[in-house]
Design a protein around this ligand. Structure first.
Ligand code: HPA
Ligand SMILES: [Zn+2]
Length: 330
């Protein structure tokens, strides 16, 4: 049995496996510029974040109906469950769909079909986090928040993703203030490719409760000290960092140093269909390549539940933490 864990950094569009992409393309009459799944997998060689994002946005063309989003999320939840995920906080990118004429309602209701039955079918509890694309304008983010208003009972929080460098968190001050006023939780990608300063800004200007990635905090000892002191959770994605060449090889990943520094690290999959593994695969990879001990893995698993947006259901959080404590490594 894999160790129980929460997944806190997962883009649902990044769970689109080539087989499902081709099946949805056929169902919706969408032509993909790849001969077959093998040719598509060949394209999964990335230089950096942008080269990945180009393919990520291109393949979304196959997602058109509520049923497509249901199928996508259901396939992810099934895979996650097998790898020990008990709770998943799932990002989605509405602007990327609305730009293609697919409405907010189609996306949210479609995802909700799968999320709403996930506990029963997969034993996985879920939350939905709506991300703003930081390479789009602040006005577009505000319009997106407005479009989400009929669906706020299904959305727990907001996040910030897409191309980081040149798009500092402060650009989105207004929309984060509006989101906070609506009672939404706040997270943001920062310090994946962008500088440590973006992490400070996400905390100070956007008021985020977790930092997605946050890897580059290690360049700034004062920032590390603050993140430790304030127990700010970092949602790290080790296999993503290797595939997007933020680190050269997994053996060079700073996760052990980050744990030693006392940072509240979690391990997540980001875009598992593209980066070579789901949450459990990321746990396995860091255990093997970084020599993490069972105690380290237990800390990572406990952190994931402590950092989860479960304050509306503390008994559940307590149950999940007890499952971690009761888990015996294989
Ligand atoms: O890893 C990522 N970083 C930023 N934006 C993203 N959107 C999907 N995946 C990512
Ligand atoms: Zn991400």
């Amino acid at each position: 049995m894999p160790i129980p864990k929460a997944e806190l950094h997962l883009h649902i569009e990044g769970t689109l496996e080539p087989e499902l992409a081709f099946a949805l393309a056929a169902r919706n009459g969408v032509e993909l510029p790849y001969a077959d799944t093998g040719a598509l997998r060949e394209a999964y060689r990335f230089e950096d974040l942008q080269s990945f994002l180009n393919l990520y946005y291109e393949l979304m063309a196959v997602l058109r109906t509520e049923r497509d989003f249901d199928d996508l999320a259901d396939a992810y939840l099934a895979r996650a469950a097998v790898q020990g995920v008990r709770h998943a906080e799932i990002f989605f990118d509405p602007q990327a769909h609305m730009a293609r004429g697919v409405g907010m309602g189609t996306v949210v209701e479609g995802l909700w079909r799968a999320l709403g039955r996930s506990e029963e079918t997969h034993g996985v509890s879920t939350r939905l986090i709506m991300c703003f694309l930081r390479d789009e304008s602040a006005e577009s983010a505000l319009a997106t928040l407005d479009a989400a208003k009929p669906y706020l009972d299904r959305i727990t929080g907001v996040g910030l993703d897409s191309a980081e460098v040149g798009h500092p968190p402060a650009k989105f001050r207004e929309v984060y203030e509006a989101a906070a006023a609506l009672g939404l939780r706040r997270v943001a990608h920062a310090g994946e490719e962008g500088p440590p300063e973006y992490i400070r800004e996400a905390l100070d200007v956007l008021g985020v409760e977790r930092i997605d990635h946050g890897l580059r905090c290690m360049e700034d000892p004062g920032l590390v000290e603050r993140l430790v002191r304030e127990r700010v959770p970092l949602t790290l994605c080790p296999l993503s960092n290797v595939r997007l060449r933020t680190v050269d090889v997994l053996a060079d990943h700073p996760l052990p140093a980050m744990l030693d520094a006392g940072l509240m690290c979690t391990v997540n999959s980001d875009d598992p269909a593209y980066f070579g593994g789901y949450a459990g695969d990321n746990f396995d990879a860091v255990r093997e390549s970084l020599g993490l001990t069972p105690a380290h893995l237990r800390t990572l698993a406990r952190n994931s539940f402590l950092a989860a947006f479960l304050s509306d259901d503390e008994p559940r959080r307590a149950r999940y933490l007890a499952e971690v404590d009761a888990h015996t490594p294989a």
